[in-house]
Design a protein around this ligand. Structure first.
Ligand SMILES: [Fe+2]
Ligand SMILES: [Fe+2]
Length: 146
């Protein structure tokens, strides 16, 4: 049982690394963020290339993050105090809302600059989440509450 729990922690950490990696890739697509506030201020051939890249990477990131959070919710079904579970799931919902907002921005006017800004906010939210919730979950996984 402990081995399975250790594997769960490994999996969580691997996912976290993958999520951060995707964010880095999204952020590196646009080199004009300090210059323009909207993709409409960018040259048009560059714009198209950017948009399909950002769109694809954001899609992958949103999917990976939602799937990851769902996996953690499953891990919480056993040996995790109810209070933590509830707060942790609520925190996942806040992140899901942020992600939804980014998808809306991308599909509405395709402004990647704004979408990447949203991704940057998610990055900060995720880093805080790892410390505030996921580290605690890891401790519960190693030492389940009876
Ligand atoms: Fe996590
Ligand atoms: Fe989490």
């Amino acid at each position: 049982m402990l081995l399975i729990r250790e594997e769960a922690i490994e999996r969580m950490r691997r996912d976290h690394d993958g999520m951060i990696d995707l964010i880095r890739r999204i952020e590196s697509v646009c080199g004009q963020r300090s210059v323009v506030e909207n993709c409409s201020g960018c040259v048009s051939d560059r714009r198209e290339f950017c948009h399909s890249n950002v769109d694809q990477l954001v899609r992958a990131f949103v999917e990976a993050t939602l799937k990851h959070n769902m996996m953690e919710s499953l891990y919480m079904e056993d040996g995790v105090p109810e209070a933590h579970r509830r707060a942790h799931n609520r925190a996942h919902m806040v992140i899901a809302e942020q992600l939804k907002g980014i998808r809306v921005v991308l599909s509405a006017d395709g402004n990647c600059v704004q979408a990447i800004e949203g991704i940057d906010n998610v990055l900060h939210a995720l880093i805080a989440h790892f410390v505030d919730y996921d580290q605690q979950l890891e401790r519960y996984l190693l030492e389940p509450a009876s």
